[in-house]
Design a protein around this ligand. Sequence first.
Ligand SMILES: Nc1ncnc2c1ncn2[C@@H]1O[C@H](COP(=O)(O)OP(=O)(O)OP(=O)(O)O)[C@@H](O)[C@H]1O
Ligand SMILES: [Mg+2]
Length: 471
Amino acid sequence: MDIVSQLEAVMPTELVGSVVRTAGMTVSVADFPAPVGALAEIRRQTGPPLAAEVIGFRDELTVLYPFRELVGVRRGNRVRLTRTSRWLRVGNELLGRVIDAQGKAVDGKAEPALSDRTSFRRQPPHPCDRPRIRAALTTGIRAIDGLLTCGKGQRMGVFSASGVGKSVLLGMMARHTDADVIVICLVGERGREVNEFIERELGPAGLARSVVVVATSNEPALVRVHAASTATAIAEYFRDQGKDVLLLMDSLTRFALAQREIGLAAGEPPTTRGYPPSVFALMPQLVERTGRSPQGSITAFYAVLVEADDPNEPISDAVRGLLDGHVWLSRKLASRGHYPAIDVLESLSRLMPDVTSDEHRQAAVTIRQLLAAYRDHEDLISIGAYRRGANPTVDVAVDMQEPIHGYLCQRVEERSTAEESSGSLLRLKREAAQRLGAAQSASAAGQSPPGAAQAAPRAQPGAPTPAASPR
Ligand SMILES: Nc1ncnc2c1ncn2[C@@H]1O[C@H](COP(=O)(O)OP(=O)(O)OP(=O)(O)O)[C@@H](O)[C@H]1O
Ligand SMILES: [Mg+2]
């Protein structure tokens, strides 16, 4: 951070106001014209000063949102401006550490000695300075690297209802990716989940090349919102060093919920489902800071909770428009034990064509076609009503169901390299092409291909159409 921008942020005069009233988590202060985003401290009669941030103005009063609960605040308490802009201490020593939204260590170890500092709210790289995304980032997840390949600097959403596997999937990526640095932001998680994530999902090897920023659900909304900015600022710091960074945010929905609390407290009008306009203004600001810069890249995965499986709820809707693709996790697949529960047909990576070879892309298209053919006929197939030979693509989709399933499922601790993911995909495509050729010639000859009987769908006793069974 250069000296000129630091000087520009300095406010020369000292400002002191006094508390007039509190409402919910907010404090209204008289005679305190501090700018929005400035930091202040409320001097209480007992206990240390309470840090707070200016979030807006109402009538003649300045509205502050504190970083801790308001216990001990009284009318008339003095409020002093402490900073007009916020900085964050950063450095390579952050790797392997768990910190809070203010950058303080929360893993019980000594504070890291950090040599640099960066602005907490940086502007995104200028659109004209952003190089095109050309190289793929390996996440280590076969279904993503094979069928939803992501570029270095791409922003993706991981969408699902509660408990379908978003956090586990992000943890797998943190462990298996080939990114240089991983920044993980746990916003509004349950306290129990934090250690679980760090010990079980991430493990010591994953943690060693990660920085974890935590703000649990019991922390004030402002702290939860700041955690997302802190994590993004740390990712920016490593990107400036030329690194390929993977930023994992769990979850963007909880960030939006925290900003909803702040916006409503500052007096904004609620819009769709109570979300004030600032939520929809803040999300693009946050998301745009990631991506590729001339120095390095931040590839970001944002977990998005889809309430009541409704993909059109306002946050998912807004986020889908901001990102370069989405991974949709399906409860139906999870309930069958198909993990990671990625519904490939509902998911999309907009940059896949830019970062994959023609051969790889073709193979992905073939597998998608087979998945779609199977899905469209699933009901008929499951009751044994599908007549083999009626459609060669469906015949192959049925025969290939098991190997495709084997490709898409992956154990949590299993890592798939980029070569393995694309190699297995190409093998699947070759097998499908051979089977399709055989099925088409059999269909032209008006008979089932040799050996089809073993792979044919199970005929169910008493199935509605006896002729449906190939046997
Ligand atoms: N890859 C996986 N392999 C086995 N089990 C899994 C996998 N992914 C998820 N699960 C199971 O699903 C449960 C919920 O997963 P997870 O916590 O990741 O869901 P979530 O989508 O993050 O939920 P929430 O929205 O509540 O945060 C896990 O505790 C685990 O039992
Ligand atoms: Mg979760």
